[in-house]
Ligand binder design. Structure first.
Ligand SMILES: Nc1ncnc2c1ncn2[C@@H]1O[C@H](COP(=O)(O)OP(=O)(O)OP(=O)(O)O)[C@@H](O)[C@H]1O
Ligand SMILES: [Mg+2]
Length: 257
């Protein structure tokens, strides 16, 4: 058992992520990630989009360590972490949310965050409690930490999923459809929160189907199609490329483009 820490880990704004030549198949089936290489700079807020089944969540699993790639490497600051278990990667600053929320429904909001802070954040009880109070404030749960997670409306459940990931003290945060199912106004609130987190030094990679929310929040978008990166760049330019219009949006390329 490793020693607990007495202070809240600050995000390390110098963490770069390099995903190199990753392939992945499930149980010997077809490749769902095909020689995928992606570099994310320290402090970036990167959006990821792509059709259903294009491999977005699988990529997160490979980065966060829930899944082993069939080949390829995942490096943080040049250190190869491909063989580290997910728990170890969480302790080393990789946090994630899940497409299907993973919170403990019968526990309070506060307790949910405490679990994350003590486990992945590796904090003593006092430091974890302090950290959790800080995150409750930042994520809109001031005075509401006692609420049962299972009773929260959808927007708060999404906030909780984000707060749980923050409780682990991430330097690199992976968000998997954190705004899925929300109204435009609610999704915009989540986008504001994500931008705040990013401005505090956390590198963010954000998968979302709500393209207009994503394009207004991020500085770069990567588009996945059938396990490959089919476009990568400034959001509006990227969305306008014929490959994206044709493959992702199912639109015919504009003959005048
Ligand atoms: N546990 C699994 N076992 C077998 N195949 C899987 C598993 N998880 C995902 N797949 C398959 O891998 C491919 C990529 O799935 P993935 O969930 O990564 O896509 P996605 O881009 O996140 O899709 P969505 O937008 O629907 O969330 C799909 O064909 C999917 O059916
Ligand atoms: Mg997915």
């Amino acid at each position: 058992m490793s020693e607990t820490r007495e202070s809240i880990p600050m995000p390390s704004p110098d963490r770069s992520l390099f995903v190199e030549n990753i392939t992945k198949s499930y149980g010997g089936g077809p490749l769902v990630l095909k020689d995928l290489t992606l570099e994310v700079s320290p402090g970036e807020l990167l959006g990821v989009i792509g059709p259903n089944g294009s491999g977005k969540t699988t990529l997160f699993g490979v980065i966060a360590g829930q899944l082993s790639p069939s080949s390829g490497k995942v490096c943080v600051n040049g250190r190869d972490i491909t063989r580290l278990p997910a728990s170890e990667r969480a302790r080393n600053g990789i946090g994630r949310t899940f497409q299907v929320p993973q919170c403990f429904f019968n526990m309070s909001v506060f307790e949910n965050l405490l679990v994350g802070a003590r486990y992945a954040g590796d904090l003593s009880h006092d430091a974890a409690t302090h950290s959790v109070h800080d995150i409750l404030e930042r994520t809109g749960f001031r005075g509401r930490g006692h609420l049962r997670a299972g009773d929260l409306p959808l927007l708060d459940r999404k906030r909780l999923e984000l707060a749980r990931a923050l409780a682990t003290g991430p330097s690199i945060l992976l968000l998997d459809e954190i705004a899925g199912g929300l109204t435009d106004n609610e999704a915009a609130e989540i986008a504001t929160l994500v931008k705040e987190v990013n401005s505090q030094g956390v590198t963010v990679i954000w998968i979302e189907h709500l393209v207009h929310i994503l394009t207004s929040a991020v500085s770069r978008i990567v588009v996945l199609g059938e396990g490959r990166i089919i476009a990568d760049g400034e959001p509006h330019e990227t969305m306008a490329t014929p490959a994206v219009r044709q493959i992702y949006l199912g639109m015919e390329p504009d003959p005048d483009a």
